[in-house]
Each structure stands twice: as C-alpha cells, then as structure tokens.
Design a protein around this ligand. Structure first.
Ligand code: MG
Length: 386
C-alpha cells in the first residue's frame, strides 16, 4: 500500500523537496493533495506532474486561473482557507505534511489531527502558538506528529528505543546564522540581503530571517518542549556552525546521543514520510575528510534578544508564545519591506509582549483572538516607531 500524502505548502522550500523525495520513491508514496498560497504557476506544474486528487489554492482570487489551467486534468480544484481545513480531513489521506509558513498552519493542522491524520510537521509555528492544544489533540486522536525540522528529527531519532529513560537535557544545535559572532554595533546597519544570506541552509525568506535573528531557534526550543515533553529549563541551545550535528540528547547517566548528517532537508523529510523505515537513497554522504573540525559555541542572547524572548514567552506560558509568534510575523514582514531595522525587531516584539493581554489557559478561540490582536498592536508599534 502506498502512503497517500497531502502536502500543505507544496510550492515552498520544504514542499518542493518533499515532492523530490516522493518522486524518488514512487512505489512508497502517492500525492493526494497539493496546496499553495499564491504561487499558481508552480502549483499547476506540480499538479500536472504528480496528478493529485485535489489541489487547493488558498488565495480565492486565483481560483479561476488554476481551475482553468487544470481543466483537462483529473484533478479537483478548490480555493480558500475553509477548503484547506476541509481537504485535510479527506478519507484518502494517510499523512499530512504541514509545510506552510507561520500561523496559517495552525487550523489546518488542528483539523487534520481531529480527522486522525498522522502529521509530518514542518510548520513549527503551529506548536509555538498552540503547543499544548495540538499535542493534547494528537494524544486524544492517537495521531503521530513526526518532526520534519532537522533538529527535532535528530532528537526524535536519538530518543528511538529510549522511551523508559528520562531525558536530562536536550542540546539543540544552531548554525548561528549569517551574523554569528557579530556585535550589536555591527548589527545596526545590516541589510535584508545580508540577513537573507544563510551560510548553510537554503530556505524561504521568513525562516531565513528568523534564523538570522535566532527567533527560529527560540521557536525550535518551544517546538521541542511540546514534541518531547521536556521543560524549557532542560533545553540548551548550542551554536554549531557546520550544521553537521543536528541536535543531541543527554540521558540521566550523562551519556549523549547525537544524529549527524549533511545539512540537507530531504533527509528529515524522508525520515518523517517513511517512518519507521529508513529508505535507501543516493543523497551525498558525510565525510570527515571534508569536515575535519566540528566546533561549538555558546549563543549570545544579549545580542540576539529573540532567543531570550522565546525563553521568557514559554516560561510565562499561556498565550504568550502566541503573542511572540504574531509579533514576530509582523516585524519580519516589516523588516523584509525595509520598514524596521534588524535590531528593532526584538525591541518591537518585546513591547508587543508587554502590551498583550495575558491569558493563562487559552482555548483555540482565545489564541485566534490573541493572534489578530497582537498583529494589530505590533503594526501600531511599527507605525509609531517611525
Ligand atoms: Mg530547524
């Protein structure tokens, strides 16, 4: 039986690489659903090639264009956010790969879990915003959440066979991004292009900026907290510029397990799709000859304030990580549009966290409201900042 996959966000970096993995394993996987926000031409090309049952274009204004282009194919076309929330529940889906950007991943992921679909989770913001609700829903519906994020895939692999052994510490590795080692002064005038130039990973714009500010690592800490049930006090960020060790787990006897490999997202994608099997592939192999030195440093949360803010948000708990995420989405967008400077991003996020209405035990509706309120607060802070 082939595993039938729905890819939410098929035109993004993870979506495209997932389709490469599927293409290389045609006897294992079948594409059932493809979705995209706006990139219609690529979505159409993917639909023609992979012949999914359904495609969804999230932007309803682009429905006519997509359905017109696919009118001679045996592919159903839907549009809009509601369609996205419905198609993830289709009987013919075995696994949903969530590879969309940001908060938009939350509701489709929640609906897929409610419909008992296993999740290959690439959209970490879902767990940042609503980690408690999502992990509880997964437990109640006996759904597996398989991490696609390379660090979390590494931790997951280190934990395999260790279910009775408590974790003493998770060591979450971080490349340090393009501005590793820079001083506050040096960060004052960095440009969007500087920030988009990641040393090791080719990714979409939003996550690349998050990697430069270390918000990505803050989010990954929160993601790890929920995926593995380990409190943030037991998660330590380690800068490892070569991105070969994808993360480590330390057990109570002091022993540390690590997972290593070249920085290639196809490996964690394939692991999540194929789990529990390891599928043979011809990806380039790691060689110590090419990497004679692996190095480690401590992060600088005084310079990269976002990392400290993420730890603050998760220890405050409730809806505060949701506030953190919403404020971050707005400032990153503003930075990409050159409306705020690099170092203003954490300043504005911190102010948004101060202004937000804290809710100790938010339900899903509270989080939806927190998200939209925080976006408005943050936009106003940016306006007043000029
Ligand atoms: Mg990662």
């Amino acid at each position: 039986m082939k595993k039938r996959i729905a890819i939410l966000g098929s035109t993004g970096s993870i979506g495209k690489q997932a389709l490469e993995v599927i293409e290389q394993n045609p006897d294992r996987f079948e594409v059932e659903v493809l979705t995209a926000n706006n990139n219609v031409d690529l979505l159409i090309a993917q639909a023609k090639k992979f012949q999914p049952n359904v495609v969804v274009i999230a932007n309803p204004e682009k429905y006519e264009y997509v359905s017109g282009a696919l009118k001679n194919e045996d592919v159903k076309v839907f549009a809009g956010a509601d369609a996205l929330n419905q198609v993830v529940q289709m009987d013919t889906i075995d696994m949903v790969l969530t590879a969309m950007v940001g908060y938009s991943g939350l509701l489709p992921t929640y609906n897929a879990i409610k419909a008992k679909k296993n999740i290959a989770l690439a959209n970490k913001e879902t767990l940042v915003v609503a980690g408690e609700i999502i992990t509880r829903a997964a437990l109640e519906n006996q759904v597996e959440i398989l991490p696609v994020d390379s660090e979390h895939s590494a931790i997951f692999q280190c934990l395999a066979g260790e279910f009775r052994n408590p974790v003493e510490k998770i060591l979450l590795t971080c490349s340090g991004g393009p501005f590793r080692g820079k001083t506050i002064k040096e960060l004052q005038n960095v440009t969007v292009d500087n920030a988009l130039n990641h040393p090791n990973w080719e990714m979409g714009a939003k996550i690349t900026i998050d990697s430069a500010t270390l918000m990505n690592k803050g989010f990954e800490m929160i993601e790890a907290r929920w995926l593995f049930g380990v409190p943030s006090s037991k998660i330590e960020v380690v800068i490892h510029p070569q991105s070969i060790i994808h993360s480590l787990v330390q057990f109570e006897d002091g022993s540390i397990k690590a997972q290593l490999g070249l920085p290639d997202m196809k490996l964690p994608i394939q692991y999540a799709l194929g789990f529990p099997e390891r599928l043979k592939n011809n990806f380039p192999r790691f060689s110590f000859a090419n990497y004679p030195t692996l190095t480690f440093e401590q992060p600088e949360p005084k310079i990269f304030r976002n990392l400290a803010l993420a730890f603050e948000a998760i220890s405050k708990g409730g809806n505060m990580p949701c506030v953190l995420n919403a404020a971050n989405e707005i400032v990153v967008d503003a930075f990409l549009n050159q409306k705020v400077a690099f170092l203003q991003m954490p300043e504005i996020i911190e102010k948004a966290m101060e202004k937000a209405n804290w809710i100790e035990k938010p339900g899903l509706d509270d989080l939806i409201q927190t998200n939209s309120e925080t976006r408005n607060i943050t936009k106003l802070l940016i306006e007043n900042n000029k």
